[in-house]
Design a protein around this ligand. Structure first.
Ligand code: ADP
Ligand code: MG
Length: 221
């Protein structure tokens, strides 16, 4: 990170790299995500995410580098909403759409604006899905990730370190969904029998933050 001219900002190229890394991770982990969803859902989370992110990268590749984060978020969000049938499509779609509308036409984000945009994304997921913390959903990985990002930035860490802290917290949040009883989505139909399994959406959200940390820190995922 020391050799980066943009150590304290995230560029639009890094946001595109974030998507590409997320696509690679969900494709690589498709069977794992599907296995998690077969325990407490309908065994389609891996294929939903792989299909959605492949469609996103096809669109981004065809359209060329977006001029601003607003255009980036709109393209990603609309593609996820239209290409993923499951609950996760509109939820992740809303996440990216809100990042775009909050960040606006800018092509770089500093720590404060990245945090504000991601928080707006989370708020969008919450308003769309009505989940509360500990309902055993993707927000149980997203919320802790954004708290860790903010705490890291407040300590004076650079963006690469802050995004890596977010990744670690997302993974802890994913793991913490295991004992929870699902109160939203398909898994809630199982009632108490949903306990003892990781939430698939929290697992894909951990991959989302692994991809972000890779794109911002320049590390291989
Ligand atoms: P579906 O449940 O329609 O088959 P997916 O399997 O792709 O869709 O996604 C399931 C994931 O979506 C869950 O593991 C959970 O993390 C997330 N999810 C479902 N409903 C909600 C909700 N209301 N709020 C937040 N996340 C939700
Ligand atoms: Mg499913």
């Amino acid at each position: 990170m020391a050799d980066s001219a943009h150590a304290d900002t995230v560029t639009i190229d890094q946001l595109v790299d974030w998507l590409s890394r997320f696509r690679d991770l969900v494709v690589d982990k498709q069977a794992y995500l599907t296995e998690l969803d077969s325990a407490i859902g309908d065994a389609d989370h891996g294929s939903n995410m792989a299909r959605g992110m492949k469609a996103v990268m096809e669109k981004v590749t065809a359209a060329g580098t977006p001029s601003g984060v607003d255009q980036w978020g709109k393209l990603v969000g609309m593609t996820l909403v239209s290409s993923v049938g499951g609950a996760s499509g509109p939820l992740y779609g809303t996440f990216f759409l809100r990042i775009g509308t909050t960040a606006g036409a800018t092509s770089t984000l500093d720590g404060a604006s990245l945090s504000a945009a991601l928080r707006a994304g989370l708020a969008g997921v919450v308003s769309r899905g009505n989940a509360e913390p500990a309902d055993k959903t993707m927000i149980d990985a997203m919320g802790p990730a954004l708290d860790a990002l903010d705490e890291s930035l407040a300590r004076g860490d650079d963006l690469a370190a802050a995004c890596d802290a977010a990744r670690a917290a997302a993974e802890s949040g994913r793991d913490a969904t295991k004992p929870l009883v699902a109160r939203k989505g398909r898994a809630s139909y199982l009632g108490d029998r949903s306990a003892g399994h990781l939430d698939p959406g929290a697992a894909s959200t951990a991959l989302l933050f692994t991809a972000l940390a890779g794109a911002v820190g320049g590390k291989a995922t």
